[in-house]
Design a protein around this ligand. Structure first.
Ligand code: GLC
Length: 597
């Protein structure tokens, strides 16, 4: 055992210095803020997803695409403005909603694809200044309200697509061609002058959010035009950050400030470069009266926490109605998030990814922060353990103190620490109805041991093809199939060895169960498990099939749990678990997991 432990300690990874790297100075406020509001509001808001009795065409159901999808002529489209209630409309209320929801910045659609400006533009008549009496300038009103309430103002500007300008881009140009010189006319007489207006007349604009989701080389827009646009921004407001949907790849211009993920695409891996997911509470960005697939508050909080735990931001959208009203289903969830952030914001603002694998623990996610001379790890627990014991695997330092973030008195929680395992005793009731945060404080950034399999909330170890100690590149994990009835597994048809490492914090006997599917009529081949010189052998058995649905001739291969043996873990410490699958005559075994408990 001692040998094992020493060998293991050598594998301790001394982690790199704290703080999200590659963040240029300009983007520092952004990575610190983590949570912002997106506002999609424009002429389309007056249609509420319907035009002349017909629902928005096209299944992507983005109501701001109404003009294009339902083939509406411009002069008819603007009649939608008659439905607007200009007396009721108070943009300051959107700003207050953002503030009370814990958001630090707002990005509003100054000009969406319909080409209609929400400000009083001298460059185009197609704007609110021209269609309201008394004149309204929503960008000015937003700038004033944001300033008053300490929120950063950011602008969405549709640069690539413009359905108003005769030479702007719309996808029909793939059929009805446009000459590059014509497109440049649109660019020089609308885009560049409007960007100049927006960055000159409204004080500080913290971010320009562009919206082109293909690379410029696949469209009419040129690299030169995009650079001209970016340089105009840099000249007028050097602190204004620009998102990657500008259309230049980071390789050709590393000066883009952050990466924008796809619509409603959450982070999947830790990245040092700043990034953000734009997200909706239901589906459409603009208000759509039949868009009712609301995400729950806890799933929205999980989206935010998940992104921050990978160094990302979340920008959550409101699609106000033509009178400015924000649907209750949206505002209610956002305000709930705000209440949560009021208590737990310390674990989000200025917090970042910790070094452990993002899916290591089954109770939730981890964020971290250097706070004065303390290093804090925040455990976002979305599954309060039934036995009130929280298992933290992989950190090889003892905490100084553990407490609930919701507890103003910071009353210490009891914990046991050994080698790489911290077991925290939780109170019976979780302090938050959604996600409770446990703070684990260290004197300095703790070291970690990477590659261990963690202990689950129910006290077992789930050894999977893809959580082996060393990343086995030869392994192909088959994804979930047949509506999830076929689990993730590895097809094994010749001898294959799997190796995992676990830390056992309590001595005693544990069962070893292996799950696989074996579609053969008879037993054939062996599975051998080796732990600390002990050998357990199992003869591979047929697992049969199950009828998934009656009379549908839909049969699925069974994955069954088989007892391989019972191991006495006589000492606390690290254990290497080796499993060898030896199929006979190349008869395929589909291995799912080895469960130790
Ligand atoms: C897409 C849509 C657009 C929406 C944006 C938000 O690009 O075209 O309507 O504004 O996503 O991320």
């Amino acid at each position: 055992m001692t040998k094992l432990v020493t060998g293991f300690l050598l594998l301790i990874i001394c982690t790199t210095s704290f703080s999200q790297k590659n963040t240029n100075q300009r983007a520092e406020w952004f990575t610190h803020s983590r949570f912002g509001m997106f506002i999609h509001w424009g002429v389309y808001s007056g249609a509420e997803g319907y035009w002349k009795g017909e629902k928005l065409r096209n299944d992507n159901n983005y109501s701001e695409w109404l003009m294009y999808r339902n083939r509406i002529e411009m002069d008819e489209y603007v009649t939608l403005l008659k439905r607007f209630d200009w007396n009721e409309l108070k943009p300051e209320e959107w700003v207050l909603l953002a503030k009370n929801s814990g958001m630090k910045y707002i990005t509003i659609t100054a000009k969406h694809h319909d080409g209609f400006g929400l400000w009083d533009s001298k460059v185009s008549d197609y704007d609110l200044g021209n269609y309201t009496n008394p004149r309204r300038d929503i960008i000015q009103e937003m700038a004033d309200a944001c300033k008053k309430h300490g929120i950063k103002l950011c602008l969405y500007y549709s640069h690539w697509i413009d359905w108003q300008h005769e030479y702007g881009w719309n996808h029909n140009r793939e059929i009805y061609k446009l000459k590059p010189e014509e497109y440049d006319q649109y660019w020089q007489e609308k885009v560049i002058p409007q960007i100049k207006e927006l960055l000159t007349n409204y004080g500080e604009i913290s971010m320009m959010w562009f919206d082109m989701w293909i690379h410029h080389s696949n469209s009419i827009i040129t690299k030169e035009q995009l650079l001209q646009l970016k340089n105009t921004i840099r000249e007028l407001q050097p602190n204004c950050i620009v998102n990657s949907r500008l259309g230049l790849s980071l390789d050709e211009d590393p000066d883009v400030d952050y990466k924008t993920l796809g619509d409603n695409q959450l982070g999947s891996k830790k990245e040092d470069f700043p990034w953000q997911s734009p997200a909706t509470v239901a589906h459409s960005w603009g208000f759509h009266s039949s868009d009712t697939n609301w995400k729950s508050t806890s799933s929205l909080l999980k989206a935010l926490i998940g992104n921050v735990s990978l160094n990302g931001n979340l920008m959550l959208n409101i699609g106000p109605r033509a009178n400015g009203e924000v649907p209750y289903e949206i505002s209610n969830r956002m305000l709930e998030m705000g209440k949560w952030l009021n208590v737990n914001g310390e674990a989000i603002y200025g917090a970042e990814a910790f070094d452990l694998d993002k899916d290591l623990h089954d109770w939730g996610k981890i964020t971290c922060k250097q706070d004065g001379n303390k290093f804090k790890i925040y455990l976002h627990v979305d599954n309060w353990p039934l036995n009130k014991k929280l298992h933290l695997t992989g950190i090889s330092s003892s905490p100084e103190k553990v407490y609930l973030l919701a507890d103003k008195e910071k009353k210490s929680l009891n914990f046991n620490y050994s080698k790489v395992f911290t077991e925290i005793s939780l109170p019976y009731l979780q302090p938050d109805n959604y996600i409770s945060v446990v703070v684990v404080e260290y004197n300095s950034k703790p070291e970690i041991v990477d590659g261990l399999v963690s202990k689950t909330v129910d006290g077992g170890y789930s050894l999977l093809p893809d959580n082996q100690f060393e990343n086995d590149k030869s392994i192909v994990v088959e994804p979930l199939a047949s509506s999830g009835t076929i689990p993730r597994h590895v097809v094994v048809n010749s001898n294959k060895t799997f190796i995992w490492k676990i830390y056992v914090d309590k001595v005693g006997e544990k069962n070893l169960d292996v799950s696989y599917s074996f579609q053969n009529q008879e037993s054939a081949g062996d599975i051998t498990v080796k732990i600390s010189g002990k050998i357990f052998k199992h003869n591979i058995r047929p697992t049969g099939q199950t009828v998934a649905e009656p009379n549908e001739a839909w049969y699925i291969d069974n994955f069954r749990s088989n007892r391989v043996g019972t191991m006495n873990f006589a000492e606390k410490g690290f254990y290497t678990i080796e499993m060898i699958i030896e199929p006979q005559q190349k008869k395929e075994v589909n291995f799912q997991w080895l469960w130790v408990k």
